[in-house]
Structure formats: C-alpha cells, structure tokens
Design a binder for this molecule. Sequence first.
Ligand SMILES: *Cc1c(COP(=O)(O)O)cnc(C)c1O
Length: 491
Amino acid sequence: MSKKSLPVEGITSDRIFAAMETIKQKDIRWGEGRAFSLVFKGDKEMDEVIRRASQMFFSENGLNPSAFPSLKQFENEVVAMMVNLLNGGDIGCGSMTSGGTESILMAVKAAREWGKKNKPGHTRYKIIVPLSVHPAFDKAAHYFELDLVKAPLGTDYRVDLAALEKLIDDRTVLIVGSAPQYPQGVVDPISAMGQLAKKHNTLLHVDGCVGGVLLPFFKMIGADVPDFDFSVEGVTSISADLHKYGYAAKGASVVLFKNKELRRHSYFASTDWPGGMYASPSVLGTRAGGPIAAAWAIMNYLGIEGYTKVATSIKNTVDEFKARIDKQVGVKLAVNPDMSVMCLVGEGVDIYKVGDGMTNRGWHLDRQQNPSGLHLTVTYAHAEIIDQFFADLEISVAEAGNFGAKLSGVKTGIAKGFIKAMPKGVVGKLVAREGKNFGKDLESDGPKNTAAMYGMMEALPGKGDLDGLVLDVLDGLFTLQKPLDLTETKS
Ligand SMILES: *Cc1c(COP(=O)(O)O)cnc(C)c1O
C-alpha cells in the first residue's frame, strides 16, 4: 500500500495550515535575499498587486477566451505590450504561456511545422543551438522529435558563429540565440545570427526568457545592450518570461512571433471530437486565470517608469557586485555579463568548496560546470544583502583555501556533471553506488559537500551513465518518504 491515502475524515483547516507552516520553514529563505535563482521578489506593493489580481481571477479558466472576455482582454494586452517593448511593430503577435519552457516548446513546434511547409521532403528536422542554451530546447527536441545540434562557444561564452554556420544544412529549420544566456549572462551575437538565418533560410529564435523584459530597460538607462529583438533582421520569434524580471506571478511568459503566419504554426486544432470543436494556442488545456491577470496588473502598475526604477536598482546592485567580486581574491567573473546574471569562478581556489561554504551560511547558489562556477541571478531583493554576502564570501573563500587536507583522497577537479537543484539526492545516490570509504567520507561530511560530489562525478564512465543517475535521483525525489504529520495544532 502507498504511504499516504486520503484521510478518512477531513482534517480541520487549522491543522492543515499549521502543518504547511511548519514544513515551509525548510524552504530556502528567498524573502531575505538568500536565493540567487528561482524567486524574483519585488517590493511590498508589487507583491500586493500580483496577489490581489491572482486571487481575483483564481477560479477563472483561460482555456475558453469567449467564456472569459476578461482574461482574453488581459492576455491580448499583455502580448501587445511585449510586442511593442520588443519592437515587433504592427504585425508582431504572440501567445501567453505558463512559462519559459512552454514558450520555447511553442517556438520549436512552430519551426518544425514551418519546415514541413517550407522545406518539404525531410522526415526529421534539425535545430541548432549554442552549447549554453537552456535545456528547454533539448526538451522540445526530445518531445517533438527533432535533431538538436549544439554549436560551441567562443572564449567570450557567446556562440561561435563560424562553427554555427558549418552546422547549418538543408534540414535546419531553426537557429537559436539567447539574450542573455543563463550560465554566464552574455547575449549571443543576435544581429550576425540574423544574417546567417536569412542567408540559409532558417528561422531564428531569441531566448529572452530571462532578459526579454529587463534588457530593454537596461538599454533605456544607458547600459551597453546589444540589439536582440525584432528590430534585428532575421529574428522570427522571441520567448520572454513575465514571471522573472517582469515581476509577475509564476506561470506567466510570452512567445512572440514576427507575424501571424508563423504563430499559426504553433497552434493546434481538433475538429472531430464529440465534445465539440477544440482549438488551443499552446501546450496547456485548462489555464489558470490568476497568472494572466497578475501579469496584466503588474505591467500596468509598473509601466515604463516603474520598470525603469526597478532596472536602475538592479543595475546598481549588479555594478556593486562586480566591483566587490573584483576586489575579492580567489574568485572572479567568468566573463563580464551583459545584464544581471553572472558566473563566479575560482582563481586558485575550488569554487565548489566556496559554494559549500556559502550554503553552510544560508545562501542558495546554483552550481555550474564547464567552467566550474557558481551562478548569481541578481534581483531587486539583493540590494539589501550586499555586505552580508561579501562578508560570507570572504570567509568561504578563506575556508576553501584550507579545505584540501580534509578531503584528501577524494578526487576533486573539473566536474563532468551538473545536477541543478538536487545535489543532496545525488550525493546519496553516489554514496550508495560507490559504497566505498570514498562514499563514507562524503556521508560524514554531510550532504552539503558538493565540492567532493562534483569531483566524484568525474570518475563516472560516460554521459549516459550520468543521465541515468540523474533520472534515478528524480525518481527518488518524486517518491514519498513520509506523509506530513497533521496532528499538530496551531501554536
Ligand atoms: C528560465 C529560463 C528558461 C525557462 O523558463 P521556465 O520559466 O523555467 O520554464 C529558458 N531560458 C532561459 C534563458 C531562462 O533563464
């Protein structure tokens, strides 16, 4: 029998919420600016606006826009505002989706359908992405049965154009650039990619999931932002997440197309269902009204003025981070970022050990690979924590310098593997598989020792092996260990 079944009798809401409050204490402390990914926190008023709008449209369903003219109106306005912001002109259009991944899925699906029409005669189409591109493109290729080929990066972490061009063939329907790419925060050479796309008759998607809303405002306040939107010739679609730097509620993104013909390729219709005619623009069927309403509300609440203010604060924080990192021995930025996401690497110090030190001090920094690094997404919430962060960084770097002795015998070095947001599980699996003293050392050091974990991964034979391991971990994560105790009452 499964470890949890429906309670026979319903439980009082007091007990339910007490249990939820208790378990919530274990979550990362994003509200205090401790997280550098996953949560984009605005100020109190912004928070109130999205909460109120979400709640107001909590029950409404975006599946059928004619039943909810309200949501249809919000959605069309949100898309129109984004088309304007990204210079899509009069013919630019798009759809609202639940997030960056869904936006990317729709752009890739549209490219495949475009290929069937415009490059007929192939059984499988190909898309070319930079090595740095978000895994949502791998996911899209996997779901939609396309071949995905990765182009290498130059020394500046932007895609290597010459290498990219060599990969283009007559099955290629889409090339992708990011604005900026997530790992090191630089914008790919979109203008040059536009020329390549035109020369070889392919579509060009710009992944502006993280930068689509913020880059235009960085530009407005005088930052040196390369062109990346529909003003660039050859750009045919853009994804931009509202639930990141748009400060909307989670579950809100847009996928924009250069024109309606392209957008049509992302749509889906089924007309013979006994339940009636069915058509939908994106992956989801039922769509929560809350995120649509909240996105519309916050965009109107902030406006150009509000977003400029937020962007100014973020840019000041980014500049301060850069200056302080510059002064800190033992670490540096992999490359000067174009926006507000960046990669911290070690200089004579194992950066993963620095990361472990930061984790022990309550900071949540994602680990990266090739190069080994720590990821920072600087947001509005980080203006307040700069001093504390750099004080802790200094201690963590100093500690990492002396850490080697403790881990002697454990193979550390450049990691071949990277598991986002699940290092604890991976350590457990590695320990179980290795079952040697090697593993025991790790266990006694506790699950926060990712430095050793990344070292161990190097010892794994191949990538397939690592994929399997990661999926094992996923299985483990999504297996219920122990149901929550619902007997406690509110204190
Ligand atoms: C976040 C992100 C995505 C994926 O967005 P989700 O909302 O997590 O699905 C895609 N590309 C980039 C560059 C991102 O930062």
